[in-house]
Design a protein around this ligand. Structure first.
Ligand code: ADP
Ligand code: ASP
Ligand code: MG
Length: 458
């Protein structure tokens, strides 16, 4: 069995879905479990619908709901043009999903209050719609395909918008449901991103979570491989949207991929690697617009060579500087500081400490107001906005001779605020002003990848 996950751009429209079905059709002998995202930009649209409803803007809510319905109805009609009976059923299903969504969004709009629980239901609709339409289209192309409701097998805790998987429950449910759905079929299809809690209430795994769904399902069925089909020819040395002359990586380790994803490379959801590592399942990142390409293989550490693989970055972060004389010679101070971050569910990336100071970085999307006020009760706190975090990643780079010199040599003119090195062998990270980021990552990338031979292991 293999898992084939197709992201938003791979299912964006008629052409993309036709290509995707062709790719799946070529792998039926490997028993694919197809996991799909919402059509490109649809989850963003659903967020806008929930915001408009919460703001009681009924005209905008209706307009956006109509756009959503229109896009999916026309896509179903286009894909099923030649099959009038299936077309009618598919359009009926799409309309039924949209009717339910309209009712919920209008109810939210009437009161102007949006709970996380209702928001999770609203934003789940993208995957429900895409998987329904693609299932009909696969059947119409002669691939007998069964539709599985991910909410019955992907179980999370009660965090509606960023559910944490209950792994034992997923492992107990997924194999049986997939086996049952596969009876008499050529393929099965399910939704990424969406899940439910133990009480059956809908949750989602957080933005970009379909990769994570694919990997959890892969772990549960002991898949031979997990394929992540996207819009680039595999993992590259940096985000090609931001950096020029990036290079293609034929293979990287689980650890390198996890670090890249955690430190900003949006090609994979940061938690995708963890379930695959547990069962040592290789992950392949492939391009649905160029299916004959080799893509990038993500494999176990021993199969990967040492060396720099990537310059990853987070474009918008904050540095929180915490000063206190009480930190000097006091045990328990650090614990207290990090308890506050943990109680407020703010996740910290980099940490550096000196005698009376702790500096940490957090993503700018994190709400840090309550954390800062709790810290201010016993320390002076200064928050620096508009910073960016850059990470050089590669197996054992911390042991490469001249690595630090090579990393910092190109940054002659800009200020470097924090440096973190040595916490793992694969990552050197630092913080710069956000306005310097584009130049910094380009210069650093050129410097590291144009003359890699200057680095030697010591
Ligand atoms: P999908 O909708 O298929 O999940 P995403 O947009 O989430 O696709 O991820 C693919 C995008 O990730 C690429 O278009 C690329 O811009 C971005 N990306 C960021 N870092 C990297 C990298 N190191 N290698 C390849 N792509 C990257
Ligand atoms: N559709 C969801 C999102 O846009 C999940 C995903 O695409 O992975 O965040
Ligand atoms: Mg993605």
């Amino acid at each position: 069995m293999i898992i084939m996950k197709f992201g938003g751009t791979s299912v964006a429209n008629f052409e993309a879905i036709t290509r995707t079905i062709f790719i799946i059709g070529g792998k039926l002998d490997q028993k694919p479990v197809v996991v799909v995202s919402a059509l490109s930009k649809v989850t963003d649209l659903l967020y806008r619908i929930s915001d408009a409803a919460a703001a009681k803007d009924s005209a905008l809510t209706k307009d956006l709901l109509a756009q959503l319905r229109q896009r999916h109805v026309s896509l179903a009609c286009e894909l099923l043009e030649q099959n009038p009976v299936q077309k009618e059923s598919a359009v009926g299903r799409v309309n039924a999903i949209c009717d339910e969504l309209d009712a919920l969004a209008n109810a939210v709009c009437a009161v102007g209050e949006l709970s996380d629980r209702n928001k999770a239901i609203i934003i789940s609709n993208g995957e429900l719609l895409s998987s329904t339409i693609i299932c009909f289209a696969m059947n119409a192309k002669g691939i007998r395909t069964n539709w599985i409701d991910a909410r019955k097998m992907m179980i999370t805790n009660d965090s509606y918008l960023k559910g944490e998987p209950v792994v034992e429950e997923i492992v107990a449910r997924v194999p049986g449901m997939i086996e049952e759905a596969y009876k008499g079929m050529d393929a099965v299809i399910t939704q990424g991103f969406i899940a439910s809690n133990m009480a059956g209430r809908q949750t989602v795994l957080g933005r970009g979570g379909s990769d994570y769904s694919a990997s959890l399902i892969g772990m549960a069925v002991d898949a031979e491989r997990i394929e992540i089909w996207t819009d680039v020819d595999g993992v590259r040395t940096a985000d090609p949207r931001k950096v020029q002359n990036t290079k293609y990586l034929e293979k990287i380790s689980f650890e390198e991929a996890a670090e890249m994803a955690h430190f900003g490379a949006k090609v994979l959801h940061p938690l995708t690697i963890e379930p695959a590592v547990k069962k040592n399942i290789p992950i392949y990142v492939l391009n649905s617009m160029n299916p004959s390409g080799k893509g990038t293989a993500i494999l176990r550490n021993e199969l990967i060579e040492d060396g720099v693989k990537s310059v990853s970055f987070k474009e918008n972060i904050r540095v929180i500087n915490i000063f206190s004389m009480r930190m000097i010679n006091t045990s328990g101070f650090l614990r207290r500081v990090f308890e506050i971050f943990s109680e407020n569910k703010v996740s910290v990336d980099l940490i550096s400490t000196s005698e009376a100071n702790i500096s940490v970085t957090v993503d700018a999307s994190e709400n840090v107001d309550s954390t800062v006020s709790a810290l201010s009760e016993f320390a002076d706190v200064i928050v620096d906005d508009d910073k960016a975090q850059v990470s050089v990643i590669g197996k054992n780079i911390v042991r490469l001779n001249g690595m630090l010199k090579k990393t910092f040599a190109p940054l002659k003119r800009c200020n470097v605020y924090m440096i973190s090195q040595g916490a793992s062998f694969v990552n050197i990270s630092f913080v710069v002003d956000r306005e310097e980021l584009t130049e910094v990552v380009q210069d650093l990338h050129d410097h590291l990848f144009d003359h890699p031979e200057e680095l030697e292991t010591f």
